[in-house]
Ligand binder design. Structure first.
Ligand code: SF4
Length: 356
């Protein structure tokens, strides 16, 4: 979750970001690559087959509590796939969470729990994988991710950060849900669970991580989301996604219209979170390519380069170009990195021409 003006305006205007660029080459295939979807579906199926046998095993091993006889309630089935269904699931989640706290004897798993939040004055629903795992009167938030952890390390640090942010969001909303139900919110554990494949196979392994810092950051972000009414009055009347969404227009005209609108509103492109959560991600990635935005290299790299506007400028600074005042803090480290790179990867000598 991060503060992106374009996404905020789309949210406030109830624009479905998955539909605006329908029919163009920048339409997102449900937010992930087909490979990621295939692996994700296979991993989820593995955890749930034979009465959630693999999920029970990994929770038992990872949490040190016997989940072999745990009650697992599947909240993904039996509800309409729309707002009415989400409201019902959120209501069931709330009452089940209170029950888990009240009767701590048996471990319980709510598969596909739904948490409700107020975002900018509008209701929003968040679906968690194993939120909530009830253990001894405490609720542990769990998320399944299909990317591998090899030798104890995730293959994609940005994806890990995004998953922990997601878990922290559920911790925060879970606490608010308990609070609303008159139950001590601190019964939601600060230690979230991630279930991922071990190495390159699909055997599940559990990781626990404290997400308190992320909970505080997400709480700040949520409270900073401007109110929908304020956004509506602050956006110029001629800013519209209508041209980008007009399927009767040529693709280039629609894509250009999206770029112009998002340029005016502003983008905060972060590959891991944008590609997994926003229907504009491919379009914003194309805009980022056009300007050589350092964000293309991932959030970790972009945060290490404050004030540097493009990757070509990174290259210039790494070759010792004079830095502006805003670039000064990173210019020295970049120049040192450039020298090290040149020592490690010498420029090939020009080929001699053979004598005729
Ligand atoms: S993809 Fe990212 S940068 Fe683009 S609108 Fe969505 S949140 Fe903002």
């Amino acid at each position: 979750m991060h503060a992106c003006p374009t996404a905020a305006v789309a949210f406030a205007a109830r624009v479905d970001t998955n539909r605006v660029l329908t029919g163009t080459t920048l339409e997102m295939p449900f937010g992930q690559s087909p490979f990621a979807i295939g692996r994700g579906v296979a991993f989820e199926a593995l955890l749930r087959r034979h009465g959630h046998a693999e999920l029970r095993r990994v929770l038992t091993e990872g949490l040190g509590v016997d989940f072999s006889q745990a009650g697992i309630e599947n909240l993904r089935e039996g509800y309409q796939p729309n707002t009415t269904g989400l409201k019902l699931r959120a209501s069931v989640t709330r009452s089940r969470m209170a029950e888990i706290i009240a009767s701590p004897a048996e471990p319980v798993v709510l598969d596909g729990a739904v948490l409700r939040a107020d975002v900018g004055g509008l209701p929003a629903f968040f679906e968690a994988d194993e939120m909530a795992i009830g253990v001894g009167g405490e609720i542990v938030v769990g998320e399944n991710k299909s990317w591998p952890v090899v030798d104890g390390r995730p293959t994609d640090e940005d994806a890990l950060g995004s998953a922990l942010d997601q878990a922290a969001t559920y911790v925060l909303l879970g606490r608010r849900t308990l609070d609303d139900a008159g139950v001590d919110p601190d019964r939601v554990s600060s230690n979230a669970v991630l279930v991922t494949p071990r190495n390159t196979g699909l055997t599940a392994v559990l990781h626990r991580q404290n997400v308190d810092g992320r909970v505080r950051r997400i709480e700040r972000l949520l409270s900073a989301v401007p109110h929908v009414a304020d956004i509506a009055t602050s956006v110029p009347a001629d800013v519209t996604f209508d041209v980008a969404a007009d399927t009767s227009l040529p693709e280039q005209e629609r894509v250009d219209a999206f770029a112009e609108v998002s340029d005016r509103l502003g983008r905060v492109y972060e590959p891991a979170s944008c590609l997994s959560s926003c229907g504009f991600a491919w379009a914003c990635r194309q805009c980022a390519f056009a300007t050589g935005d350092p964000a293309l290299s991932g959030g970790v790299v972009a945060r290490a380069l404050p004030g540097v506007v493009s990757l070509s400028r990174v290259a210039e600074l790494s070759h010792g170009a004079p830095a502006s005042a805003v670039e000064a803090p990173v210019a020295g480290p970049l120049a040192r990195a450039g020298r090290l790179y040149d020592e490690a990867v010498p420029v090939p000598a020009p080929r001699r021409r053979r004598p005729a």
